[in-house]
Design a binder for this molecule. Structure first.
Ligand code: KIV
Length: 297
């Protein structure tokens, strides 16, 4: 099934076209995707950015948080998503530990996302303190997306997943972070888990498009996690999550119906079975008849 009407041509989304959208005050859309089928659905729905978020640690791999996911796991999922995306900008998260030890290793790892997995930009968490590293990665011709506010890879430093930027000092630091990333020339900045008022100030102050998650409606764009909008997370949603479907209920319903049909021998039906060609069937019946006759002697 394709959601793109036949004949409708869509422009490829690029880092430059995101910036043009901000200038035109056109909202930017972003969703996570972690495999081929979700990537196709998201891309064919004309979403601007497909993000292979390290949230796949929880949604796809069942880890407690994002800290454990490895670069090889992220590359594996990014390759699958690449095969499903035609028009959206494909951004991949650099996982915890892949850019924290040395700038050389960070550049090498960022290049793996482009070279091996086909990502068009990499995302890494942190503001002011990452600006030099981001410049190094961009010097290697790799666009970078920033991510500030509630940065899940800092969960142990933050003492939990808490809304950030609630004091004057914290607001000031967030502003410095956003301006540092803006000056470094990032493709976009994800603003996660910060008060609406702070996100609005940042968005008005910088030229880089901001993409909010739990950051209110005044960002240049919005991102949500694929599994959150479809109720596939087995947990109560965060305040900012809007659920647009109940895939868990749909899947549970289908799986239970299949089990019932197998147990009651309703599945498969004759129409769902393959049959022998007529001549083979007649020949087989003749062979079986001969065997029965020989046994009866
Ligand atoms: O990993 C992720 O899904 C993200 C988004 C929530 C921004 O980083």
């Amino acid at each position: 099934m394709s959601l793109t009407p036949i004949g409708e041509s869509r422009q490829k989304v690029t880092v430059a076209s995101l910036k043009e959208k901000k200038l035109r005050h056109e909202p930017i859309t972003c969703l996570t995707a972690y495999d081929y089928s979700s990537a196709r659905l998201v891309d064919e729905a004309a979403i601007d950015i497909v993000l292979v978020g390290d949230s796949l640690a929880q949604t796809m791999l069942g880890y407690e948080n994002t800290l454990s996911v490895t670069i090889d796991e992220m590359l594996h999922h990014t390759k699958a998503v690449r095969r499903g995306v035609k028009h959206a900008l494909l951004v991949a998260d650099m996982p915890y530990g892949s850019y924290h030890t040395s700038p050389d290793e960070a550049v090498r790892n960022a290049a793996r996302f482009v070279k091996e997995a086909g990502a068009e930009a990499v995302k890494l968490e942190g503001g002011e303190k990452r600006a030099d590293l981001i410049r190094r990665i961009m010097d290697a011709e790799i666009p970078v997306a920033g991510h500030i506010g509630l940065t899940p890879q800092s969960v142990n430093v933050m003492g939990g997943f808490k809304v950030q930027g609630k004091t004057l000092n914290a607001i000031e630091q967030l502003m410095r972070d956003a301006v540092a990333l803006d000056r470094a020339g990032v493709a976009c900045i994800y603003l996660e888990g910060i008060p609406r008022e702070v996100a609005a100030m940042i968005t008005a102050e910088i030229e880089t498009p901001t993409i909010g998650i739990g950051a209110g409606p005044d960002c240049d764009g919005q991102v949500l996690v694929f599994h959150d909008i479809l109720s596939l997370t087995f947990a109560a949603p965060a305040k900012f999550v809007r659920r647009y479907g109940d895939a868990a209920a749909e899947i549970a319903h289908a799986v239970q119906a299949f089990r019932r049909d197998v147990l009651s021998r309703q599945y498969p039906s004759d129409a769902e079975s393959y049959h022998l060609p007529k001549e083979t069937r007649s020949a087989l019946e003749a062979v079986l008849e001969r065997k029965r006759a020989m046994r009866g002697r």
